[in-house]
Design a protein around this ligand. Sequence first.
Ligand code: GRF
Length: 217
Amino acid sequence: MPPSVTPCAIVVLISGNGSNLQAIINATLNNSISAKISAVISNREDAYGLERAQKSGIATHVLSHQGYADRNSYDLALDKLITKINPDLVVLAGFMRILSDGFVEKYAGKLINIHPSLLPKYSGMLTHQRALAAGDTQHGATVHFVTAQLDAGPRIIQGKVPVKKDDDEQKLALRVLDVEHIIYPQAIQLITTQRIKLQNDQVLLDGAVLAEPILHD
Ligand code: GRF
């Protein structure tokens, strides 16, 4: 009998709908990623993603940011909770909080985020609105390692979508979400199988520096 391999343990942090979480859950269920979601943590108790996790029998934790004096004290509590769960990878999937430098440094190389733009374009908020206002013909999403600089960590994979003439923010956001649901599980698989690593602030793919993110279009 072949030796059994323990799948990589991941923790997913959310604040809301959790459609990316759902895509990751689906990828674990259909074995397209070799990872197990150990827990889902939300800073909001009304996040729909918590229901999605519970429906799939995944442990959930609500750690509300309310009642913490400042960002550092919340992040210390978050770190304590994650440390107990002891995952190999922490996945931010619509977690609407900026993490403190200390937290980010502690989890360097083990902390990833998905952002709804083709970074370095449009870091921060309102990415779809900004892409439309600029008249962009292409838009998309980026999975990146998280570093202290907001949305500026080394990029792993991008998914591009066209911007169509009759697009409004909502239509564009949905098209971008579709590609997010493809590239996030792919990024997780590349990391959990150790093909992608972070070293000296650079992304390595199969041991070679990845000068530009992998492109899905
Ligand atoms: C996504 O657009 C993601 O890129 C951004 O927040 C949104 C989360 O959506 N970080 P969901 O909760 O996964 O549906």
